[in-house]
Design a protein around this ligand. Structure first.
Ligand SMILES: [Zn+2]
Length: 574
């Protein structure tokens, strides 16, 4: 998930060393939905949006579907993590970790889905049938209307707890759009947002980075741009230019730091010294003058919130008001702030109690996090099949968002006929998301293969091509494929370089339409993507920010027989 707020402020720079004193920036998993850059294409959700994009703007120029252009530096310290740039109040704090994302509270408007009127595929040739019998009741719910004066959202969160893992499914209507897994052992790998007392292991001037021991198996990395310091405390600072990292950090030094990116593969976790604590309505930025209100809120609401926040703003700390604060009362905001300040005081007290690497703050159970980020009026419910977790979530939502509390439901497996994932058709969709082949509504298919360097998606037509206009058939098929590709990338959490081989189209206009259908479908993905123009060979190249290892990888191990190659040689003597 993503952070991002507007309005950092200078102020709190501090020599990384002694009393660990954090500064701002949105933390890892949490996307304070604030301060969206304004130059993104119209159909792309802004930072802070949750689900669906606004309807595609006809004829919107679409070179960049993911906003990556605006923010997609390649350098590790890119995207603004504040290399001492002056962060004026209200200025963009642009660190965008994985795409503008999902703060709750955004009001998704009409679904961008059916660009062409195709049925959002549920994969499988029978999808249309399945969908047809879902009945008027379901369809009504999908519309996010009101029933008996009560808002009924399009979205739903389904949580299935097992002893070894917790699975969280995000549904749009009946369609599975995202899936998260959290395992008991994930204190080593699922640490995004956690705050640590870290010990500097070594400083690598050439890489402008330092390795930090945070007590996890692998050292974490702190890049120069994420180091906080006070200019006055730097020896030999010449006033101009940045002090070098070797002048800011020394081996053995203790620092307070927060993980902004989970370790993936051989790469260690990424850290920042700009600590922030996400709440439901606000993000607390300790020891900072950061101050901002989500630009996604209307002017009147911003004014109202500004008055409230001016009154409740804690001394010495910054606050960023999230989009989710729309309509929240002064009491609700005050309670949120109080909780965060108390939380911070505990962390600060712990941080000075020792020298070694230690975990000071752990992000809550992944279910609570997802719900914290996602749950809003657009959700018709959260269903949890574990009593303890249900109570935790219900209490959390009850404390921060009482009007949504009754949407959190306990799914009593003893009383129910089907397991929760079957009851809500998650199970079958998850299985399809693990398959190599995905069927399209009209009989075509996608074949998804991951290689070392990239993921390749091959688009095929169904068998019954040809009786009518071939170009039209191919075009329709490619449109369905574009929708499904976007959905599968998000569901499977595929990151890195992706190459899509659509079926050749003669008519340029059709090619362009498929390209823009892909872009608008991707716009609903809060993870950053960038789509390039179709190549000479008819391939579409795109990238999607790598956030985690991917759905399939997280649920599988490499085949021992063939080492993952997929073939076994007949003659072992060969
Ligand atoms: Zn094998």
């Amino acid at each position: 998930m993503t952070p991002d707020g507007e309005g950092g402020a200078p102020a709190s720079a501090t020599l990384a060393a002694a009393p660990p004193r954090a500064t701002a920036d949105a933390p890892g998993t949490v996307p304070p939905p604030v301060g969206a850059p304004s130059q993104v294409p119209a159909e792309r959700p802004k930072i802070g949006d949750t689900r669906p994009a606004r309807p595609p703007v006809p004829g919107a120029p679409g070179a960049v579907a993911g906003g990556a252009g605006a923010n997609g530096g390649k350098s590790p310290g890119s995207a603004s993590s504040g290399r001492g740039q002056s962060r004026t109040g209200g200025g963009g704090r642009g660190r965008q970790r994985d795409g503008g994302s999902g703060g709750p509270g955004a009001r998704p408007s009409a679904p961008a889905r059916n660009v062409t009127g195709t049925v959002p595929s549920e994969a499988g040739p029978k999808a249309a049938v399945t969908r047809a019998d879902s009945g008027p009741k379901t369809e009504g719910r999908r519309g996010g209307r009101e029933r008996r004066g009560k808002a009924v959202g399009r979205y739903m969160i389904c949580v299935h707890v097992r002893p070894e893992m917790t699975q969280i499914a995000l549904l749009e209507g009946r369609t599975l759009v995202e899936h998260y897994i959290s395992r008991a052992a994930d204190d080593a790998t699922q640490i995004d947002g956690n705050i640590y007392r870290g010990r500097v292991q070594n400083v690598l001037p050439g890489m402008e980075a330092a390795f930090i021991d945070i007590g996890t198996p692998k050292n974490a990395v702190l890049y120069h741009g994420d180091v906080r310091y006070d200019v006055d405390d730097v020896e030999g600072g010449n006033g101009s230019g940045q002090p070098r990292i070797e002048h800011l950090l020394r081996p053995g030094q203790t620092i307070l730091c927060q993980v902004t990116k989970n370790p993936i593969g051989a790469k260690g976790a990424r850290l920042t010294q700009e600590v922030s604590l996400p709440g439901r309505f606000v993000v607390l930025v300790p020891n900072s003058t950061a101050y901002g209100i989500s630009k996604r809120l209307e002017d009147g609401e911003r004014k109202r919130l500004r008055r409230i926040v001016d009154a409740i703003r804690p001394k010495g700390h910054g606050l960023i008001v999230r989009t989710a604060a729309a309509g929240a009362s002064a009491e609700e905001l005050g309670a949120d702030v109080e909780r965060l300040v108390a939380q911070w005081e505990t962390i600060a007290a712990e941080s000075v109690k020792g020298q070694g690497a230690a975990l000071l703050y752990r992000e809550p159970a992944i279910a609570v996090r997802v719900i914290r980020e996602e749950l809003n009026r657009e959700y018709r419910g959260v269903v949890i099949d574990d009593l303890a977790l249900y109570e935790q979530v219900r209490d959390y939502v009850g404390a921060v968002n009482p009007e949504l509390a009754d949407r959190v439901e306990y799914f009593d497996t003893e009383a129910e006929v089907l397991p929760v994932f079957e009851r809500y058709h998650v199970h079958e969709q998850l299985h399809k998301a693990l398959d190599r082949k995905v069927y399209l509504p009209s009989g075509g298919s996608l074949v998804i293969d991951r290689t070392e360097a990239l993921t390749v998606i091959d688009v095929n037509t169904g068998k019954n091509v040809g009786t009518t206009n071939l170009e039209e058939t191919v075009y329709r098929n490619n449109l369905e494929a574009a929708e499904e590709v976007a959905r599968q990338l998000r569901l499977r959490d595929i990151g890195g370089i992706i190459v899509i081989d659509f079926i050749d189209m003669e008519i340029r206009e059709n090619r362009d339409k498929v390209g823009s259908a892909l872009r608008s479908a991707l716009a609903r993905d809060k993870t950053r993507t960038q789509v390039f123009d179709i190549s000479e060979l008819g391939l579409v190249e795109m990238t999607r920010k790598r956030v985690s290892e991917g759905l399939i990888e997280s649920m599988s191990t490499t085949c021992e027989m063939c080492g993952g190659r997929g073939i076994v040689f007949e003659d072992p003597e060969l």
